[in-house]
Each structure stands twice: as C-alpha cells, then as structure tokens.
Ligand binder design. Sequence first.
Ligand code: NAP
Length: 251
Amino acid sequence: MRPNLLILAGTTEATALARAVADRGLQATLSFAGRVAHPADQPLPRRVGGFGGVPGLKAYLHAARVTHVIDATHPFAAQMSRNAAAACAEVGVPLLTLTRPPWTPQAGDDWIRVADIAGAVAALDRPRTRVMLAVGRMHLADFAPNPQHAYLLRLVDPPDGPLPLPEAEVVVDRGPFTADADRALIVRHGTQLVVSKNSGGSGAYAKIAAARALGLPVVMIDRPETPARAEVHDVAAALDWLAHTGTDRGV
Ligand code: NAP
C-alpha cells in the first residue's frame, strides 16, 4: 500500500520534513494546532486545529486513511505527543518522533535548571531585574506572580490583548535568530537574566550563546516527560523509517 503520512507539525523540523516528502512526491498532510496567525507557506496539504483528544485523532487516522504518523511537534508540546502515542498504538499505525536533541551546558554557561514552567516562575521570585522571557505567548500569564521585573518578550505574533505583565517590551519575530543579533538585543534591553525552554535546535540557541558570551545566567526549563517512543533527530532518518516501516494495517 502506498504510504499516506500525517506529520504533526509546528516546528522547523516538520517544515524540513515536509519539503523532503514533497520533493519525493510522497502523499502526506501537515497538521497544525492553529496557534500562529500567519503560518509559513508549506509544500504539502495542511489541516489546522486540534483533533479532539485521543478519540478525535483515532477517528481522523481512520477517516483520512493515514498509514504512518511522524510526530515533529515541539519538544514542549507534550500533550499532542502523548495523544499521538496513545492513538497510534490503539489504531495500529506506526509512529515516529522527529525531534531535536536537548541542549547541554557548555563551558561558560551559567544555567539554573528548573523542571517546568512553575519552577521558572519560582526562580523569578527575586528582586526586580531585567528578564528576557522566551517561553512563548501561551505561558506569559504564568509569570504574572512576578510583576516586579522589566521583561523582554519575543513573540511570533503581536499580542492580541493586554499583556499579563505590567512592564514588557515586545519584539515580534519568528526567527531563526543569530547569536550576534540576540546579543545586540539583550544589550540594548539591558537584560540581566534569560528564561528559556530547553527546546534544542540551532535557531532558538542564539539567545543561549548570547547569554554565555555576556556572562548572564539562564533559567533553563527542562523538557516535559514523554512516552517511550521511536525517535530520530534528522529528516534523512525519518525518510528511511518511512521507507522501511510496514503499512499493512488494513485501512
Ligand atoms: P500541546 O500542549 O502538546 O497540545 C495541546 C493540544 O493542541 C493538543 O492536545 C491538540 O489538541 C492540539 N495540537 C497541538 N499540536 C497540534 C498539531 N500539530 N496538530 C493538531 N493539533 C495540535 O501543544 P502546544 O505546546 O500548545 O503546541 C502547539 C503547537 O505549537 C504544536 O504544533 C507545536 O509543535 C508548536 N510549538 C510549540 C512550542 C512550545 O513551546 N510548546 C514551541 C514552538 C512550536 P487536541 O487534543 O484537540 O487534538
């Protein structure tokens, strides 16, 4: 049977995979949560919006006659990854995760490691300072208990309402970013502390390299737990899996 791939997207890895899949003329659909107002152009058909939990995803896999799923969501999109693992196991569709390895500290890094967003909020319970808060729009409200800081926020879309933080400068940019540009941004803002998810990858690493170069501490949020799973870190390995993984689930 000809493979019919579903790519759970929203990352540069998913976009790179989509390009490679389209170049090979393979049948595939990209799935987006719909969080970004103007998603980048994609070379494959797309669907947008949640599936409706595990039952909704199972129904979609059946209806769309999906033969393979590649979960290329962000490492912090843990709910989607858990749902994909459960739905694929229940329906019998092979699932692969394409993800970036986490960053590890290098000489000169000053990381304060925390387990989750709540840990980062607790780490900011300190006297006023200037903070680059790089956690994404969805988590800004979590930091409302620390209104004393002057925040620098980088967002993909302009805010669509009042921010939950009283003193915040917003930079709208979707990256990828460079260490030189992030260093200039951090210096201009007077940032003294960076807060980041351990997203991995090169584009988002710029602020970490810039913090190291400037001797600034980074509150680094560890990745959420995900189910045990087949995982690769590059597009070539994902294509190899697609070529060598059976499709006989009788859709
Ligand atoms: P999440 O918490 O794991 O997912 C929450 C719900 O959003 C899921 O249960 C699912 O709804 C829906 N969803 C998530 N990803 C989807 C996808 N690719 N296609 C269809 N529905 C999806 O996810 P999140 O952290 O909000 O991330 C949302 C999207 O943004 C993901 O595609 C992710 O790759 C991207 N992203 C996230 C981050 C981050 O830091 N979290 C950073 C960059 C990009 P249903 O249960 O209704 O199916």
